[in-house]
Design a protein around this ligand. Structure first.
Ligand code: ATP
Ligand code: MG
Length: 318
């Protein structure tokens, strides 16, 4: 559709990664970064980089971490006119270290950073007023200020006949308050496209079992459900019963962070550019797989040409 750019609302961060495997940050150790990050930012960066019209809504601090993010988004074709530069608060950050069992330790500064301090301004209203699609990452709901912006942006997009996609992206470990759960549930009920991974499908549906969860989400109005399965690839379900499976690309995983976000950015961009489900799944899987081969949460996001080369040169699993 040509309704206008895909917009994404949420946290913009830098990520700083420990170069060794181990437990946390209580001792001095080698780190690498800052890398532009934040699930919504990774999504929109991949969306723009593959050639989809894209705009970001959020905030960074007036510091180098913020400039690193703005430079990256601009380079990849993302409109950042809806990103506020907070004069007082620093850009959000996440320090990450992988443990031997592949779980992760984090030190976050999000709630007390510029990342969480954005609202509905004239600049945001202008971007939302031109948008044809809104993508929401569940993680953004943990910032109280994001909700009014998401609500207003959705009204704006709907007025233009636009659509909504939702990546539940909720941390299983975290318990969310009732208000956040209610907001999440409202988005589930309004989303045209859902992009859950693993257990998020059942969590979003509130029903156990893959088939039952898919059926429940179609009852609630979803028009397309894409289940991400990590190294197993992805599956698209449609209300008429069509099921499209896409095998993963065979790659060596170096840094899993951002795979789902890159998948989503590529998938949404491709669908909005008029590609079939099958084509969009191929680009989504390629974007996710390519991104895990590179250290840094969005360092492996690909252009259309880079992903075409990746698809030509990489075997598929299964
Ligand atoms: P995230 O960890 O970023 O939240 P996610 O759980 O939302 O990710 P995944 O299913 O892990 O999403 O990854 C999205 C897509 O990226 C997968 O459907 C797959 O196509 C691709 N992908 C992810 N990990 C791998 C891998 N190790 N090998 C090949 N492809 C992968
Ligand atoms: Mg995810």
């Amino acid at each position: 559709d040509d309704l206008g750019p895909t917009i994404c609302v949420g946290e913009i961060l830098v990520e700083i990664v420990a170069t060794t495997v181990g437990d946390g940050f209580t001792e001095a150790q080698p780190l690498v970064g800052p890398y532009p990050s934040g699930a919504p930012a990774i999504f929109i960066d991949q969306c723009g980089r593959i050639g989809g019209a894209a705009a970001m809504i959020g905030a960074v601090g007036d510091d180098d971490f913020g400039r690193a993010n703005l430079d990256r988004l601009r380079r990849d074709g993302v409109d950042v006119s809806g990103v506020a530069v907070d004069p007082d608060w620093p850009t959000g950050s996440a320090f990450v270290r992988y443990r031997a069992d592949a779980s992760r330790d984090f030190v976050y500064n999000i709630a007390t950073s510029a990342a969480a301090r954005f609202g509905w301004t004239e600049a945001v209203a202008a971007v939302a007023g031109r948008a044809g699609h809104l993508h929401v990452m569940g993680s953004a709901l943990s910032m109280p200020g994001a909700w009014p912006v998401i609500e207003k942006a959705l009204v704006s997009v709907r007025l233009r006949g636009g659509t909504l996609s939702l990546d539940p992206n909720l941390r299983k470990e975290l318990k969310y308050d009732t208000e956040t759960e209610t907001r999440f549930d409202r988005l589930v009920g309004q989303a045209d496209l859902l992009l859950p991974s693993g257990e998020e499908l059942e969590r979003a549906a509130g029903v156990e079992g893959e088939a039952a969860a898919v059926a429940r989400l179609f009852e609630r109005g979803a028009k397309e459900i894409v289940l991400k399965r990590g190294a197993e690839g992805a599956t698209c379900f449609q209300p008429d019963g069509t099921r499209t499976d896409a095998p993963a690309f065979a790659v060596k995983e170096l840094d899993p962070t951002g795979a789902g976000d890159c998948f989503g950015g590529a998938y949404v961009a491709c669908r909005r550019l008029g590609m079939t489900v099958e084509e969009a799944l191929t680009y989504g899987c390629a974007a996710g797989a390519r991104n895990v081969t590179v250290r840094g949460p969005m360092e492996g996001a690909g252009t259309r040409a880079e992903l075409d080369a990746f698809i030509r040169n990489t075997a598929r699993r299964g």
